[in-house]
Design a protein around this ligand. Sequence first.
Ligand SMILES: [Zn+2]
Length: 260
Amino acid sequence: MTCWSTDACIDVIECAAKGGTSQAGLCPGAANIQCCSCSTCMDTAACSANGSISYSGICSGPSNIQCCKSKSLPVIIPSEPVNTMLTDLADILRGAGLNVVEETGWKTRGHDVMSSVKGILVHHTAGPATGEYPSLLIVRDGRTDLPGPLSQLGLGRSGTWYVIAAGKSYHAGKTINDTIFGNANAIGIEAEGTGLPADNTGHENWPEVQWQSYVRGVKALQAAYGVPTSNVLGHKEAAVPAGRKIDPNFSMDEFRAALD
Ligand SMILES: [Zn+2]
C-alpha cells in the first residue's frame, strides 16, 4: 500500500496543523514523513461560511476542495488537579498541534488517581533500535516485576504522542522529593529511544522531530497544570540514590532552556 498522493507525504506535525491524520508505513523517507489525509474535505467557501479555515494539499479532487479545520483548538483552562484522573491529557497535547494516539481505555487506566501534578519526569524507554513506539505494550502493561501502566504518556520516534493512562503510573521510583516527583505527583513521559550512547550531551542522538515534539508537549502540559520549568526533571536527576537512572540521554539543561 502507498499513500494516496505523493504530495500528501508530509511531516506529522505539519499534517496535524492542517487538521489531517497521519498514517505510518505508506511514505518513503524519514519516520516523521507520513501519509496525511483529511476526514473533513469540503469546498473552501462552505468551510469559511462555517467559521473554519481551509488547508490545501491533503484532500483529493479540485483545488477548491480542501481540509476544513475549526479555528479554535481545544481551549485548555489551566488547572491544578487534586486526587483525580488526568482525563484531559489528550486534549492538552492536541491543543498544542501535536499528533495524538489515544490508547483504548486510557482514561480509567492507572494504579490510583493522581494526588496532584507538581512535576514532570522525562524518560527514555531504552527499547528497540527501530520502530515508531515498540515499547507501547510494556509501558501500558508493565513487566513481570512491575505492573503497568509505567507512564501516562509515550512519545514515538515520529513525534506522535501515545496517551496510555490517566492515573498514577510506576515510572519514578524513589526520588529526591516524592511530593513533587513521586508517582502520585508527577506525570511520566516514556519517549522511545535506545538510550545509547549514554553521553548526556545535547540531543544529537534523537530524531529532531521527536525532540521538538517532546519540548512542545511538555510546554503544553506545564501550561495546563501550572508546572514550573524547575519541576521538569530528567529521571536521572530525580532518582535516588544518585546514579540509579541514566535517562534521558540528552542534556536536561538544554531541554529546560527550550521550554522557556
Ligand atoms: Zn526513567
